[in-house]
Design a protein around this ligand. Structure first.
Ligand code: ZN
Length: 174
């Protein structure tokens, strides 16, 4: 599968709940794992491969292992943690971003069972990053104002996102 890059409108749209777990969803997840491993990532959300469904895959052996979460809902978060964060849809860049250190979420697994997850540090970071993707939010929106101005002008200077139907059509907040 092809990873959609910064500037692609699919990355700015809100994904829809998964209402039916069938073979196509399982195949989608298989394809997403393969794509994520090839890109050496630890998490990948469906919109990043152009599919507007609320699900993400992850694999981070040191902390959470491998899994799939469908229709995730953040239930709780606390603490703060600054961490250097990147995104497979903005390859080659990373920024210090502050987010809650711990989160709790609910969702369903590929068998349709309800799951709850409590996570901290890297896993919590990953979960928040991937849920943002399901809401059409990219990590550049999690930067503080100065960081975001610098980041966007750097991306613009390098022409990143310029192919996505006009230069930064929806980044208006700056
Ligand atoms: Zn990402």
């Amino acid at each position: 599968m092809e990873i959609r890059l910064f500037g692609d409108p699919v990355l700015r749209s809100k994904a829809a709940e998964v209402t039916q777990i069938d073979g196509s969803v399982a195949r989608l997840c298989d394809g997403m794992f393969t794509t994520m491993y090839a890109a050496r990532g630890i998490g990948l959300a469906a919109p990043q491969v152009g599919v507007r469904k609320r699900l993400f895959v992850y694999d981070e052996p040191e902390t959470c292992g491998r899994g799939v979460i469908l229709n995730p809902v953040l239930a709780d978060s606390d603490g703060t943690w600054m961490f250097e964060e990147g995104c497979l849809s903005v390859p080659g860049y990373s920024w210090q971003i502050e987010r809650p250190r711990r989160v709790a979420l609910s969702g369903i697994d590929l068998n349709g069972n309800e799951v709850t997850v409590e996570a901290d540090d890297l896993f919590a970071r990953l979960i928040q990053h991937e849920i943002d993707h399901l809401d059409g939010v990219l990590l550049t929106e999690r930067l503080d104002d100065d960081q975001r101005r610098a980041a966007l002008s750097e991306l613009r200077r390098r022409g990143v996102g310029a192919q996505g139907g006009g230069l930064f059509p929806s980044l208006g907040a700056e």
